[in-house]
Design a protein. Structure first.
Length: 211
């Protein structure tokens, strides 16, 4: 995992949460909407999944539907991750739609005109930003690690998220820091604080401490 703030020329405010594990699922909504991560680019989807999520064969098997920029992917060994790529990951979905979108499935020929076709080649490793969307069971499988490592989102999107949270959520937030300094939950619900920053890094841990 690459530190989003590793480039000193572009530092983002870092909002870190230490939460009770039972409320971690609240943050999964952000992952469904899509979040940015800094990652190695020019690598295959398979290598990206291994590096970004530490995904082994069992987890990769559960990722039945993969889409790059809205196009279904069949071969995760040849499809490449590029700067600005939107990568959507889903476990098996029910019905004909799910069967059609399943990578390498019997019905994949039904979507031959929209299937992702790689036109590039591998290149010298570099780093860029990738937008990740997680759906259904994969939010629970891959979401905690993604949140712990840190995600980049627009501050207005995060404000809209916290504005919808109930008291159970706030009771489960054991510690919140902004750039390593404690911040009160009430400040996050203030409609003006997010206007001073366009984007921010969010990290969420349910461990005993925040890294």
């Amino acid at each position: 995992m690459v530190d989003i703030n590793s480039n000193p020329a572009k530092l983002f405010p870092h909002l870190a949460f230490l939460v009770d594990e039972k409320i971690l699922y609240h943050f999964f909504l952000l992952l469904q909407q899509g979040v940015m991560v800094k990652s190695r680019i020019g690598c295959s989807v398979l290598l990206f999944l291994q590096e970004q999520f530490g995904a082994g064969p069992d987890i990769i098997e559960k990722i039945q539907s993969i889409m790059i920029d809205g196009k279904p992917v069949d071969d995760i060994r040849t499809a490449l991750i590029k700067d600005g790529t939107t990568l959507a990951l889903s476990a098996a979905m029910p019905g004909l739609v799910g069967a059609t979108l399943r990578r390498g499935g019997a019905y994949s020929s039904f979507r031959s005109t929209i299937t992702y076709q790689e036109s590039g080649t591998t290149s010298t490793p570099s780093f860029g930003f990738v937008k990740i969307k997680l759906f259904n069971l994969l939010m629970e499988e891959l979401g905690p690690k993604l949140l712990n490592n840190g995600i980049l989102i627009r501050s207005i999107d995060f404000f809209n998220f916290v504005a919808e949270q109930d008291q159970e959520f706030w009771r489960g937030c054991r510690q919140i820091t902004l750039n390593a300094k404690p911040i009160d939950a009430g400040q996050l619900q203030n409609p003006t604080w997010h206007k001073v920053m366009d984007q921010l890094v969010i990290s969420v841990s349910s461990e005993s401490r925040i890294e």
